[in-house]
Every structure is written in C-alpha cells, then in structure tokens.
Design a protein. Structure first.
Length: 149
C-alpha cells in the first residue's frame, strides 16, 4: 500500500507525463509487493525478483522499464501455467479410481511437484500429462474417467 501511495505522489509531483525514475521504481516495488501463485521456492522467480531488485538501482529508465515489462510477461505466463496445472490436478483427483488409481495419483503428484518449478518444466509436465494414458482403462470407457484436458 505504501508503494502505491509513493507512486501516486511521484505521479502528481512529476513535471512531465512520461514515467520518471521515481515512478518506475514505484511500479517495480508494487509488482514485487503483489506476487501471487506459487512463487516461493521457484528458482526462476528468484532470478526475476533479483533482476527487479537490481533495476531499483540507479540505471537507465529504459533498462528499468524493459526489465519490468519482461517480468510481467513471464509472470503472466507463470500464472497461466499454474491455472492449467490446477485444472488438471482437479480432473485427476476426480478420476482416481479403479485400476488406474496409481497412475492418476502419480500424475497428480507430478502436477503438484511442478507448481514451484520453472515455466518450461511446468509446460513439459502439462504436455506429458495430457498425453498420458492408463492401460487399465476399459476400452470405450475413457470418457468415464473425465480426462478431457
């Protein structure tokens, strides 16, 4: 909240409409303050956080904005992948039954494991799970398991 206040004060006091260093710093701090999802223990997020903190040092305005925009693009992708993983986990949880119990449990565990991994690993896990099949499924009854990812 204090960073938002700082941003607003800088915005009102700035003589020129383009973002100044103070405003960009406030945006970076605001971004760091409002992290959602599974960012803890995510090594890729730690790297981005460090880059954002480095951008708070006296460097060019263009570099600060580029770092902030790159982080925002990466973060949107991260949150989208986490949303997909949650959806898959939910479907797997509902499908844990019968002969495929162990297979679906392992796939669900892989989903949960991937939440704190890099975006690339998250995407890989999603692709593997979408292609996974349980050999114990009765032919013609695949839809009964509800795995239409």
């Amino acid at each position: 909240m204090k960073f938002l206040l700082t941003f607003l004060i800088c915005f009102w006091l700035a003589p020129n409409p383009p973002l100044g260093s103070c405003q960009t710093d406030a945006l970076i701090k605001l971004e760091l303050e409002n992290i959602r999802g599974f960012a803890n223990n995510n090594p890729e997020f730690t790297g981005w956080r460090d880059r954002l903190l480095d951008a708070l040092k006296p460097i060019s305005e263009q570099s600060k904005m580029q770092t902030l925009q790159d982080f925002q693009r990466w973060n949107v992708q991260r949150l989208d992948l986490e949303k997909q993983i949650f959806h898959i986990c939910e479907k797997l949880q509902k499908s844990i039954m019968g002969k495929c119990h162990e297979t679906f449990r392992k796939l669900r565990d892989a989903c949960v494991w991937s939440l704190t991994k890099t975006n690339t690993k998250k995407a890989d896990v999603i692709n593997v799970i979408k292609k996974a099949k349980c050999l114990g499924m009765t032919r013609g009854k695949e839809r009964d398991y509800g795995l239409d990812f």
